[in-house]
Ligand binder design. Structure first.
Ligand SMILES: Cc1cc2nc3c(=O)[nH]c(=O)nc-3n(C[C@H](O)[C@H](O)[C@H](O)COP(=O)(O)OP(=O)(O)OC[C@H]3O[C@@H](n4cnc5c(N)ncnc54)[C@H](O)[C@@H]3O)c2cc1C
Length: 363
């Protein structure tokens, strides 16, 4: 259930392995209100000291390129490190141990204008890049259909181990997998603890020297911001990443707020001085599906054994893992491997470990 990046990755993986797949989506794969409905997403392996996520991200990158090399823009990603031995230094050690390319660089060689006054160093992942996100989700969902999956447009609701559709049909299966993004909170709020929070991204106008590729993607973990250059003329992207308010993903108005716009403008002026005063050329409002520790939920429903699986809690990173997570999920369904304990349903300790320190800054 669900045709965002997680549901589509799973439908694609299972259909291509010969499973009999029915893929249900209320609207369209990558629709504008889904988490997966944006144009671009960063694909990088750095996850601090966490080797499992670094390896999964590296594998997902390979799978995206295998799906269609045009989906992946090999721009590289720069990490602005505020501390000599913080999250980025831990990432560097982990990636080196895994043989994933990473190096320290002078950011003046990567950006037309950059301020490093508050930085200890800049880490660079040369093989990281940007995914054409919505196009990628559609490519996965379509490949699932080509491999034999049936796609149904309907609203689904759980009825024990069964699925009831709003057109009256009732679906039964050996395994029912719910991957409904932000809507998992209302469907399974009794067993999942998800915070659905508002996120905003902004696009600013610059000159041709800010084109990506050329200019890499970037993440400021401790500064709680990320972005990229101008991808295909869309504008220079900046995402201020302090935790936003809880929202209803169906009803929220998707208009920029002045506070977030000001946060984006002031980050831009601070980090990339030549862009101070750059005009706003667009914006998007999206939502995160946050777990307390920013790790996915990929686990059997506690009341239904492995007949019903819950998949979600993307917490700002389902694109960099989706296809690899689907591969792992298949090995858990066939019992070739034991499910990853860190993705289980249950209590989680609050931690800002995976994305930026925005949640930590928000308290
Ligand atoms: C601003 C922002 C920046 C991000 N940046 C990155 C990044 O750089 N890298 C990265 O890896 N990730 C990033 N993410 C996170 C990533 O986009 C999300 O984790 C991901 O899109 C979530 O995918 P999903 O499949 O879980 O959910 P969704 O994409 O929301 O898909 C869920 C689908 O389920 C459907 N659905 C819901 N309820 C029902 C129902 N009852 N019946 C039928 N269908 C239903 C919905 O219509 C929807 O299509 C970012 C997210 C945001 C908001």
């Amino acid at each position: 259930m669900g045709a965002g990046v997680l549901g589509s990755s799973i439908a694609d993986r299972l259909a291509r392995s010969g499973w009999d797949v029915t893929h249900v989506e209320r609207l369209a794969p990558g629709h504008v209100r889904s988490g997966s409905g944006d144009e671009s997403r960063l694909i990088r392996s750095s996850h601090g000291p966490d080797a499992l996520h670094a390896q999964m991200a590296r594998r997902a990158r390979e799978l995206w390129i295998e799906l269609d090399p045009r989906l992946f823009v090999p721009s590289g990603i720069a990490w602005f490190a505020h501390e000599a031995d913080g999250w980025e230094a831990a990432s560097e050690r982990t990636l080196k141990a895994l043989g994933i390319p990473v190096e320290r660089v002078d950011p003046a060689e990567l950006f037309p204008s950059v301020n490093v006054d508050d930085l200890a160093f800049t880490l660079y992942e040369p093989e990281a890049g940007i995914l054409w996100a919505r196009d990628g989700v559609r490519a996965l969902a379509d490949r699932a259909v080509t491999a034999g999956a049936e796609r149904i447009t309907a609203v689904a609701r759980p009825d024990g181990e069964r699925v009831v559709l709003d057109d009256g049909r009732v679906l039964e299966a050996d395994h029912v997998i719910w991957a409904c993004g932000a809507w998992m909170a209302e469907l399974f709020g009794d067993v999942l603890d998800l915070r659905i929070t508002r996120a905003e991204v902004f696009y600013f106008g610059g000159d041709g020297s800010w084109a990506t590729p050329g200019v890499p993607g970037w993440v400021d973990f401790d500064g709680a911001a990320y972005g990229l250059g101008d991808l295909d003329g869309r504008g220079i992207k900046v995402g201020p990443d302090d935790e936003g308010p809880v929202v209803d993903p169906t009803a929220v108005d998707r208009q920029a707020t002045p506070e977030r716009l000001e946060a984006a403008r002031s980050y831009l002026a601070h980090r990339f001085p030549a862009l101070a005063g750059a005009p706003l050329v667009g914006n998007r409002v999206c939502q995160y599906e946050m777990t307390a520790d920013e790790r996915f939920v990929v686990a059997p429903h506690p009341a239904h054994g492995d007949r019903v699986w819950l998949v979600g809690g993307g917490s700002g990173h389902a694109f960099k893992h989706g296809p690899a997570l689907a591969e792992r999920l298949e090995s858990w369904l066939t019992r070739a491997e034991e499910p990853e304990a860190c993705f289980a349903v249950g209590e989680r300790r609050r931690e800002a470990a995976m994305r930026t320190a925005g949640t930590r800054l928000a308290g």
